[in-house]
Design a protein. Sequence first.
Length: 160
Amino acid sequence: MERAVERVALGGGCHWCTEAVFDSLDGVVKVDQGWIAAEEADAQSLSEAVVVYYDAKKITLDKLIEIHLLTHNATVNHSMRVKYRSAVYVFSQDQKEKALKILKEKAALFEAKIITKVYIFAHFKRNEQKYLSYYKKNRDKPFCQKYIEPKLKKIALSKL
């Protein structure tokens, strides 16, 4: 059976954290970690993010966006939002329409308004090799224990 591999890019917090979250999911084929810029004027600067390649027969765009929203602070605008833009970067107009619909539906999961925006992907710059798969290489480091482990536990406990 042939896999239907699709891609979406996601940003919201540290790309080490985001990479670890999506790398842990069944149906995710590959996660590329680095910086992403969008076509839109308010998102042309590079921001930490990941490109997620996924088997659409095993995990849906809806589920990926839900996990993304629940594993970063998708409702707070803070001073680091240029570096850590809360975003879904899409690769087609059809995917943009689907993502916007999903965000609207997922708003019910939050008390505060979701600030996550949908952007058309423009550019990706991969992180340095030494930082790729950061969590897999550094599980015992304080950063991983403090920031990544709680996100992975949240996914496991909620069966997202």
